[in-house]
Design a binder for this molecule. Sequence first.
Ligand code: ADP
Length: 545
Amino acid sequence: MRVAGFAVAYFLLAQLSYGASFLPEGALATWWAPSGLALAVLVRAERRRYPWFLGAVLVVAFAINAYQQIGPIPVLYRTLADVLEPLASSWALRRMFGIELRLGTVREVLGFAVVAGVLGPAVGAGVVTVGTLFVNPSELSAGMFGLTWFGGAILGGVLFAPVILTWQGRFRPVRLSRWVEAGLLGLSLGAVAVAAMLIRPASILSPLLGFAAFPPLVWSALRFGPSGAARAAVVTSLFSLWPFAAWQPELPAWQIIVSQGIYALGVLTALSLSALTEEAARQRRLAEAQTRQTEESLALVERAYQEAREALQLREDFLSIASHELKTPLTPLAARLSFLQRRLADGQTLSPESIDKPLQSLRKLTELINDLLDTSQIEHGRLNLHLQPQPLEEIVRLGVDPFRKGSPLHRLVVDVPDESLWVEADRERMAQVVANLVDNAIKYSPSGGEVRVRLRPHPEGVELTVSDQGIGIPEDQQTRLFERFYRAANSGVSYGGLGLGLYITHDIVDLHHGRIWVESTPGAGSTFHVVLPRLAHAEIWESLH
Ligand code: ADP
């Protein structure tokens, strides 16, 4: 299918080239585009398709030459030249650059210029010159004939092949201004062609006018890259050669050859320039990417440093808070004990209630130290649980009990359903979770209110909620509460605490494969939710028997 398409394109380009051709003898094309097409297609062809494409060149070139009615021998050597030319060029280019040749570097453009502009055409021109001499040894125009072939082949290769080699899909300018610019470019190339037509009679100026095509060619290279330069080259060749054929048949062959050389030179200049620009752009992109990378790693280092500093600050804050917190119950405890000691020394009797206060301080101290120990265990991954199936409502009662006759300001409501909700839990640790939440609920509602502990079935298992009507937690800090040492801005200095309770709570819930989160409105209160997996009846039954 592809080979057939190629054959048709080759044939059509041959017709076009003949249409644009002019020579006094009328036998050769000034611009042999099919050889450029064959060159590009053979460079790109996969190995297994290569012979098919080459065969197509052979068949179509033979047909075209035979149609010219030039006698059997010329048909043979011209066909041979038509096949050998792209064969030699494509072989050399594939060896040098592989099939991915894109004319994107100066090295590629120079290699391409030597191969498509000299090597291939020399092979073809050599064959036809020898052939012409073979048919008619006295033929003086054989050299001239070879030279025109040479020129036609150069233009075919240099002007046409780049369009295919630099092809990157459709011309897709994103902005309207690019379309306008491309249009202007085409117009200026056309103006060169019109100018060439207007110069009459044909003179030395006509081919030299090819130089006028240089500015737009350079423009195309700088603004549209290698593919833009290649397209401009084709437009140039069509616009500028066609007028010679159509309007100035009296032009001598040497003038055409000079003009061909100028155009080929212009196109090669444009291609080299565009390759240079591409290379520069590539370098710039590379440098930019490197800069970006450096900046990114710098930002990473900076962040790591910032985090380390924050962690350090957190630890320092924690140490000062911890020593303060430990000292708070210790001072009254010491004062109270020496007071009691004095009374004992005075021979006074002491009521059992007189050691209520010291005991309370002692409990507070024990709690703080336990929190510290728990945290250190969590840090070392050593918080071990002793899991057993049990009804969660029992654990809730265990956790809530110490608060029952606590604060006169708060109303503690425990709301559990009639049915038992079984979970697999560590009794002490889960009670600690309940106690922590209730403790916070009381602590952070200084003006009192209801503290409600509620137990309900939940789609994911069992849900425990502890709600208060206290100070609430600012929205942006709600997710950080469960971090180690974290204390929200609401707690300030007026509420004691180490910022460890919720961290430990979260870890315990985690170890029970549960979830914990908070809903809170500053000024209105908070609700902490804990969801735990519920045990199925079979599992409970099995564990009990
Ligand atoms: P702390 O020892 O400071 O109470 P926690 O880990 O128990 O440490 O709690 C962390 C922070 O979460 C507290 O400092 C407080 O800002 C906030 N917090 C916890 N529970 C509540 C609550 N029920 N209402 C308002 N804020 C709360």
